[in-house]
Design a binder for this molecule. Sequence first.
Ligand SMILES: Cc1cn([C@H]2C[C@H](O)[C@@H](COP(=O)(O)OP(=O)(O)OP(=O)(O)O)O2)c(=O)[nH]c1=O
Length: 192
Amino acid sequence: MRLILGSGSPRRRELLAQIGVVADDIRPPEIDETPAKGEQPRPYCRRMAIEKARAVEAAPDEIVLSADTTVALGRRIYGKPADAGEAASFLHALSGRRHRVVTAVAVRLGDRIWERDVVSTVRMKMLSNPEVNAYLESGDWQGKAGGYSIQGPAGAFIPWISGSYTAIVGLPLAETAGLLMAAGYPLYEHAA
Ligand SMILES: Cc1cn([C@H]2C[C@H](O)[C@@H](COP(=O)(O)OP(=O)(O)OP(=O)(O)O)O2)c(=O)[nH]c1=O
């Protein structure tokens, strides 16, 4: 049984490697990530993960794994910032507050889809202008939901989380392992 990683995110590839899973192929999905009018963060994130899994071409016996990570401040959805200016405005909005990070995972085999989503809470300390500017200069914000990554230099801005660290980075490993096994992927069978 072949596994297709329907994600171009290097974080997701590394997180899978952490549980010994190496995809047979990587096929990054191309979808429109614009939220619908009035769409709430969690349903939006779920919809994105499922649309990504469906957008990836795969044979009937290939398992596709896709995911989406969305930062939510109240009802507001913060995706990947378009430029440094947008990253700066996200960071100023998140500064000194708690926000949620939603990660949804979708596993597809043919027409069948298994989905799980995980909501974590992240507290970001009050950020000074020098902190924001140094972080923007690092370039680490690029391609990251909410304009930061906990596993990068912005880890120094996060004194507290509640939830799943691996979900915040981009792929909740406990839920992902469960989904892969549900779809028939032989995750631990070699050890049986
Ligand atoms: C909040 C946060 C997000 N991120 C990253 C994970 C995701 O790669 C990215 C959110 O964008 P996504 O749209 O979820 O994923 P992607 O565009 O990187 O990859 P693909 O759609 O091909 O799977 O933000 C971190 O790496 N660390 C963090 O702390």
